[in-house]
Design a protein. Sequence first.
Length: 407
Amino acid sequence: MTASKILLLIIDGVGDRPCDCLGGKTPLQAAHIPNLDELAKTGICGIMDPVAPGIRAGSDTSHLSLLGYPPQQYYTGRGPLEAAGCGIQMEPGMIGFRANYATIDDAGNVIDRRAGRIADTTEISAAIRDGVDLSKYGVTIRFEPGTGHRAALALKGSGLSAAVSSNDPKATGIPPKTIHPEGEDTPEAKFTADVCNEFCRQAAEILKNHPVNLARKAAGQNPANVVLIRGAGAMGVYEPFEERHELSGSVVAAAALIAGIGSSVGLRRVPVHPDTPLAEQVSLVLQELATRDFVLFNIKNADEYGHDGKAMEKKEFLEKIDKELRPLMEMPDLMIAVCGDHSTPCTIKEHSADPVPLIIHGDGTRTDHVSSYDEISCAAGALCRIRGGDLMPILLDLIDKTHKYGA
Ligand code: ZN
Ligand code: ZN
């Protein structure tokens, strides 16, 4: 029997380097992960350079690569992908931005870049979406809240450019910056900078005396009274996943960036909150797999422990993930690929180009002698060392979906 469905399970930032506090082992080597080890033992293993050897992939460029969209050809910046991940219907040419709420004092200086860690910005985001009027520029906006103090903005209109700077001062005690052309000095960049500055001005005006902020002030909390935008990018054109790979698909991801990459290529976006328990996320994945051919499931947090240099916590989190995988392993008719989107070694607190360990598991795959899931064991596997762009073709072949090349 050949499987007909694919689960691509990406443990964000899973790869690592030897850590002193783990006796010279990587978090994966040190972790007790019997389910992942079983997948390794009964599947075929290897290591993978998400983009190419020596390239320190970001989560965005890596996910594009793994989904079969070469980032060199498709990547246009983080903004439009975040915007799509927050639920904005991005159309080619629209300019997307990451946004976040912050607090300014009466003198106009930023005093809190996270607006008192405001938890829910639904209401004030709606006020901005409905209240900001850029019609004199011939521009319309989309604005959606993200998790916590985060949000996303998109501009639609003609003559727009993504070559603009950010108003984020990246420090407190100083006012937000004026946005200006960046990277190119064209009339379009100048026009877009003007549009952005006007958006920020009107947004601050709306936020100033908004009931949500008056209530926050009364409660001694920092108001969300300014919007900082960054990461401008023009939305690209993506061949739909279903046409490219002949598979229907969904994305289950707590990170807006990843959900946005999925929806940009045409996967159905199943939003989960970063605090959604893993077991619940797994049931959502199973639900999607019941009706779809492909699910991209990104598990956040291992990456964050890497960025924080917390090797022990990363190991423990990997153990937590392992405990929840059983229902996925028991699903019939499924080809499972487990990997990371890049390594985030606790020793350097950043992404590195170290290849990530990979398992492919499902009926009919060859098996090798690898019996544990970690960076070193998998390097001895029969998949050897592949690139991220090789993954989809290999998976499609294993579910008999590739077409013969030649006679
Ligand atoms: Zn990542
Ligand atoms: Zn990261």
